[in-house]
Ligand binder design. Structure first.
Ligand code: COA
Length: 191
């Protein structure tokens, strides 16, 4: 197995253009620090419901400063423990995000990474979430991770369905309205 120091998460390399089920083209690439403004605009294009499903406890009208701080944090990736992909389109003459997926592991648990994914409302149910999730899975596998964990609302049928459709072993634990999904990336019995 590769160790944490040998192979950092691939950042800033590789991109792909995919065609969604509604025949729209989305360019998928790695997130870079310069994407802060794109992330801020992306947040403001998400419906309150999508924000709630993604961020779980978020105030209804978060101040722009808070969103910007969070975007700076998300875009400043630690190559050893984090990876993030952004799906973009050209809209009104500028590059806009329509989906973001992210993987992050903690130093004390380097073989486990938490994942998160969010698709802009008008691009949901077109297969984009599945593509971004599959690419995250590939990064996690290349990285030698043993499991991916997602913290979701128990009522979030979309993400539960998407994760199960990947075909890997998944366990779920629900407590107080939140479901933790654990995807096993390893065949080992003690994974
Ligand atoms: C959950 C989410 C990422 C799914 O992305 P997506 O691009 O819409 O998903 P896909 O189009 O790839 O769909 C994958 C499967 O899930 C199903 N699905 C998607 N959204 C669904 C929903 N709201 N309810 C039920 N099923 C749903 C699709 O129908 C598809 O199944 P099918 O192939 O049998 O039709 C997206 O809806 C989203 O951003 N939600 C808000 C944020 C969120 O919940 N993030 C997850 C927390 S980490």
């Amino acid at each position: 197995m590769v160790t944490q120091t040998e192979v950092p998460f691939p950042i800033g390399q590789g991109d792909v253009t995919v065609t969604t089920k509604r025949n729209r083209q989305v360019h998928i690439r790695h997130l870079i620090p310069k994407d802060v403004e794109i992330l801020v605009e992306f947040f403001y294009h998400l419906s309150p419901e999508t924000r709630r499903l993604r961020f779980i406890s978020i105030p209804p009208k978060p101040p722009r400063e808070l969103i910007k701080r969070e975007a700076i944090r998300l875009a400043a990736l630690d190559p050893l423990r984090q990876a993030a992909l952004i799906g973009t389109i050209q809209e009104d003459g500028c590059e806009r995000a329509v989906g973001v997926s992210r993987l992050a592991s903690k130093a004390e648990e380097p073989e486990t990474a938490e994942f998160a994914i969010v698709i802009r409302d008008d691009f949901q149910k077109e297969g984009l979430g599945t593509v971004l999730f599959d690419l995250l899975l590939q990064i996690a596998l290349v990285r030698g991770l043993k499991r991916m964990v997602g913290l979701t609302l128990a009522e979030n049928h979309g993400i539960h369905r998407l994760v199960r459709q990947a075909g890997l072993p998944v366990t779920s634990q629900t407590s107080r309205g939140e479901t933790t999904l654990t995807i096993s990336l390893s065949d080992s019995a003690n994974s």
